[in-house]
Design a protein around this ligand. Sequence first.
Ligand SMILES: Cc1cc2nc3c(=O)[nH]c(=O)nc-3n(C[C@H](O)[C@H](O)[C@H](O)COP(=O)(O)O)c2cc1C
Length: 348
Amino acid sequence: MNLLKEYELKNLKLKNKVVMPPMCMYSSDSEGYVKDFHKVHYGARALGGVGLIILEATAITPNGRISDNDLGIWSNTQIPGLKSLVDIGHKNETQMGIQLAHAGRKCTAQCEYTVAPSSLSYDETYRLPKELTKDEISLIISQFQDAAKRADEAGFDMIEIHGAHGYLIHEFLSPLSNTRTDAYGGSLENRTRFLREILAAVKKVWPSHKTISLRISATDYLEGGLVTKDLVKIINEVKPFIDIVHVSTGGLLPAKIGLFDGYQVEHAKIIKQECNIPTITVGLINDFELAENILNENKADLVAFGRKLLREPQFILNAIYKNKYEYDFPVQYERAYRYRSSDQVKTL
Ligand SMILES: Cc1cc2nc3c(=O)[nH]c(=O)nc-3n(C[C@H](O)[C@H](O)[C@H](O)COP(=O)(O)O)c2cc1C
């Protein structure tokens, strides 16, 4: 069972290839602090056997939040709460990542104004963002850098830069949301500048042995928007700064998306092959068999299960039990997963 085999990438030594992808829980307070909810929520998935948990989008600055209840990493006072989540993961042999995010024009938190590369709103229900000045861009780059330092101090094994789903970095990348005429707009190379500068700044402070992931939307699903071959170029350009790509799609603007099981897997495969970089695939992967085929066909290196893990935090252990695989269960739950002596235990 490939999915349950160990995986190594730099400092990451994962006990299996199951990833919990970042999922906003909007359960913090207006100051962005970790609450008991987060400890229970992430602790349950760690106990459930997930190899790598990537914490939800965590804002690098207050007006980079999606909502008033996002987790935050803009202040040193937020480090101890985040560290408590890392410790919970580590105690259960789960490695811990955190997604560093700026919501850009999709911020709905209470703040004076929202920002974006260009003064274009997502739709009529969102505020019209302020176009960022060069100085404001530099400030946000330094806020990503400070957030990476705090993530290291909290003990995270990996950071994931949120470059997907129509948030600030994606807004710079796509020609549909970036109509700037300076060095940050126009050509694909210019639109990539903001991402490149963030990654370069982060790389300076994030320990070189630790892993950096980049989450991207491989397509905007819109005419005139980004397509997978653009992302291949972007990733090839920023490759020296990153170790793995977490491949999602969409979110820039409302669009029609054809949904089916594993609907984003082909994008992960293209990026893995054409950029020669490890990928995490995600999106309606709800069973072991599909995940196993993806890995066996070398379409991705790790598989993330989002809503499945919200519904069923124990699904990995239950699948192992049902299939009678030889596997070390959490010691506290050992009795619940002990096989009968007559059962044929299968090696992985
Ligand atoms: C409740 C919820 C919150 C989410 N929040 C985030 C987030 O913070 N950052 C992100 O990149 N994606 C976010 N996503 C997208 C998921 O990471 C994942 O890509 C998506 O749910 C598809 O995978 P699935 O079909 O396995 O759920 C969220 C999805 C859900 C359902």
